[in-house]
Design a protein around this ligand. Structure first.
Ligand code: CAA
Length: 247
């Protein structure tokens, strides 16, 4: 690995993203955390806190739902090195029962959680295949596997993530580029903390291991899949959910 081997984590400044960035830096990559351009102030504060903790990520802005911003992001990263690892982690929720869901709530979740995967991955797939190495990890969700009350938009997008994973894995396998999904269960991040009580309590009571997951549980799975020794694993969906859904 060289100092110009980059790892890009979309939504890298969030709860899961932070743990994933740290794990990839520990694995030797020069890590870039992508963030939404509207969140520059909080991204800069995040960067300060990472440095205070001894980490040294880069920051790169782009709205993943906007193809041209993703093209621009790729052009900027190309001046720093070659993206060898891409973690498509950016995601949003707009929870509502379907009978009340407005078109903008549907579209926003599809555009970020599913469209973003295309917009970002499309920028890096050819360079990875040309280089003969790449690791793409797409963050899906247990709710894409089993459906969640109030999340028709999110569950549809997250199920779509794994379809995307399998298709792209087939297209890239012969070039030593692996593409895998991770499906987190309920992880202790802002997204889960904002689930209203009592639904949150009921969810936690039904996790077989008896606790919500930690961001490090997901980062650990990312580390495993990006490792050079994981070259025979492609097109899978790795659930990391404390046993909350088994199939
Ligand atoms: N299962 C069954 N019934 C439920 C329910 C559930 N999980 N949640 C709500 N209901 C019922 C209510 O008891 C109520 O029933 P009655 O009409 O008989 O009184 C009815 O549904 C309310 O329906 P409304 O359409 O009026 O819903 P609402 O406006 O009150 O809001 C909701 C419903 C938006 C789904 C809200 O309950 C909610 O936000 N729930 C959390 C959704 C959730 O789990 N999100 C996961 C976020 S974490 C994440 O996404 C990360 C990840 O990847 C795991």
């Amino acid at each position: 690995m060289t100092s110009s081997d980059l790892a890009l984590v979309t939504g890298g400044t969030g709860g899961l993203g932070t743990a994933i960035c740290r794990a990839l830096e520990a694995a030797g990559y020069a890590v870039f955390a992508n963030y939404h351009p509207a969140e520059q102030a909080s991204a800069l504060a995040w960067l300060d806190s990472q440095k205070a903790d001894g980490f040294n990520p880069g920051l790169i802005a782009a709205d993943v739902s906007d193809y041209s911003q993703c093209e621009q992001m790729a052009a900027e990263l190309a001046t720093a090195g070659s993206v060898r690892v891409l973690v498509n982690n950016a995601g949003i929720v707009r929870d509502s029962t379907l009978k009340k869901m407005e078109p903008h709530q549907w579209q926003a979740v599809i555009d970020v959680n599913l469209g973003g995967m295309y917009n970002v991955t499309r920028q890096f797939i050819t360079p990875m295949m040309d280089a003969g190495f790449g690791r793409i990890i797409n963050i899906s969700s247990v709710n894409g596997q089993r459906g969640q009350f109030g999340q028709a938009n999110y569950s549809a997008a997250k199920a779509g993530v794994h379809g995307f994973t399998m298709a792209v894995a087939r297209e890239t396998a012969s070039k030593q580029v692996t593409v895998n999904s991770i499906s987190p269960g309920f992880i202790d991040t802002e997204m889960v903390q904002t689930i209203p009580e009592p639904q949150r309590r009921e969810i936690i009571n039904n996790i077989p291991v008896g606790r919500v997951g930690q961001p490090a549980d997901i980062a650990n799975a990312v580390s495993f899949l990006v490792h050079p020794d994981s070259s025979y694993i492609t097109g899978i969906n790795l659930p990391v959910n404390g046993g909350v859904f088994m199939h």
